[in-house]
Design a protein around this ligand. Structure first.
Ligand code: FAD
Length: 408
């Protein structure tokens, strides 16, 4: 017969590993509902080092209300084909995404959780854990030595290389992209617009970006090892800034910071197991089209928070019960697969010549109008589907995508 433990027999209802934006947001949701929550963060401060272009979509921003962390509102984009065909989109009165200071943003999200009642231990990380039927026992390395705690559930919000995920052998995200970004002063962009560059020599299979962020701009590339072969993302960034047809735009740029990181995309087959749940990058939740992880990470938490809180409260945290909350994100999984199929058809699986053809169609005024009307940075499916249905030239270019997107 299972032993019944009362609330007080656990040090915490939930221990969250990782005080990134996702761990912070999750902690807030749980603490607001009066659960006892502890966040463990291995660094001595929040939001450093960060690896992010700092774009936060309007829905995610609305969930945390942190407009004070915004550096530049982004309402448009200039997207360049390999040969230089320009597709310029956006309407000034419609903010598509916010460029934020990631350090301030991450700190503010975590502060909100602390105000809601969560505890945080900095410079602390789990070194061992034992998942039992009745509780989780965690051994934690802290500045004051090893501490042992018990909790009902452990939540891994510990990023792309999640210790929790690896420790409990919970699989890997379908794809991992590598991103490299530098922060520069002296880039002449267009106010409120991000610039995107394509081409096999710059960002094979993906795109390079320049994002205005207040006084500076963030120049980045992302790709996958299968596309870049012997090269590194640094080589690609150098190619963009020094040798490409766009190099003149970067001639006055001075580097003020650099970041390299992984973008894990493809939600794990299962994000839960007995007394464990994974969130954010740890769960492989980044968008395959933009690399954005904050918006979908928040959306995942919003989707499951109610049921998860009930399960924690009732201490019904066996694999079967938790698999129900995992099942509830199947729609997100499907939507990610469709977005990946669209990305592959329009970008990743296109040669430079095919991209050129695609851009020529995108640059037509009626197609730009369609993009402005239906296009959403975070959700490309309605636009992609409409294009595949209504623009005959795209049907032949994207035969595979039609199959994957329209019938998946
Ligand atoms: C170049 C680049 C650009 C990007 N641009 C964007 C963008 O513009 N918009 C966007 O939405 N996303 C972007 N992303 C993705 C985004 O950065 C992540 O999706 C987001 O940070 C995920 O948040 P998280 O809280 O899951 O993980 P993280 O932000 O990685 O936070 C994890 C936290 O856990 C801590 N931690 C890790 N291991 C342990 C441990 N064992 N014990 C204790 N603490 C631990 C870390 O120190 C960290 O604080 C970009 C990524 C890259 C690489």
């Amino acid at each position: 017969m299972p032993i019944e433990l009362t609330m007080d027999e656990f040090d915490y209802d939930a221990i969250i590993v990782g005080a990134g934006p996702i761990g912070g947001y999750l902690a807030q949701k749980l603490a607001e509902d009066n659960l006892r929550v502890l966040i463990l963060e291995e660094h001595s401060e929040i939001g450093r080092p960060f690896q992010c272009a700092g774009l936060v979509n309007p829905k995610a921003m609305a969930s945390v209300g942190l407009l004070e962390t915004v550096l530049t509102p982004i309402w448009g984009a200039r997207i360049y084909s390999p040969e230089g065909t320009l597709v310029e989109i956006g309407q000034k009165n419609k903010v598509r995404t916010w460029s934020v200071c990631r350090k301030l943003f991450d700190e503010a999200v975590v502060i909100q959780s602390i105000k809601s009642g969560a505890d945080i231990w900095l410079s602390s990380k789990p070194v061992n854990l034992k998942i039992g039927e009745e509780k989780v026992e965690i051994e934690i390395s802290t500045p004051n030595g090893i501490k042992n705690l018990t909790t009902k559930v452990i939540c891994g919000a510990d990023g792309a290389h999640s210790w929790v995920r690896r420790k409990l052998k919970m699989g890997r995200p379908k794809e991992t992209m590598i991103g490299m970004q530098i922060e520069v002063a002296g880039y002449e962009g267009k106010e409120g617009k991000l610039d995107m560059y394509t081409g096999s020599d710059i960002s094979p299979g993906f795109f390079a970006w320049v994002i205005p962020s207040g006084e500076t701009a963030r120049v980045g590339v992302w790709s996958q090892t299968k596309y870049i072969g012997e090269k590194s993302c640094e080589d690609l960034l150098n190619e963009l800034m020094r040798n490409s047809r766009w190099s003149y735009k970067f001639k006055d740029c001075k580097e003020v910071g650099r970041f390299v990181g992984s973008v894990p995309s493809g939600i794990l087959k299962s994000t839960t197991s007995t007394r464990v749940a994974l969130f954010g990058d740890a769960a492989g939740i980044c968008k395959p089209t933009t690399g954005g992880g904050i918006g979908p990470g928040f959306a995942h938490i919003d989707l499951i928070a109610g049921d998860f809180i009930n399960l924690i409260r009732e201490n019904k945290l066996d694999a079967r019960n938790l698999s129900k909350i995992d099942k509830s994100i199947d729609k997100m999984r499907k939507s990610q697969s469709r977005a990946r199929a669209l990305r592959d058809a329009f970008l990743s699986h296109s040669s430079d010549d095919e991209l050129e053809e695609i851009f020529k169609i995108w640059a037509k005024p009626d197609v730009i109008e369609m993009i402005n009307e239906v296009g959403e940075i975070e959700n490309p499916i309605p636009l992609g589907t409409k294009m595949l249905r209504e623009i005959p030239e795209f049907r032949k270019l994207a035969g595979k995508a039609i199959k994957a997107v329209l019938w998946s």
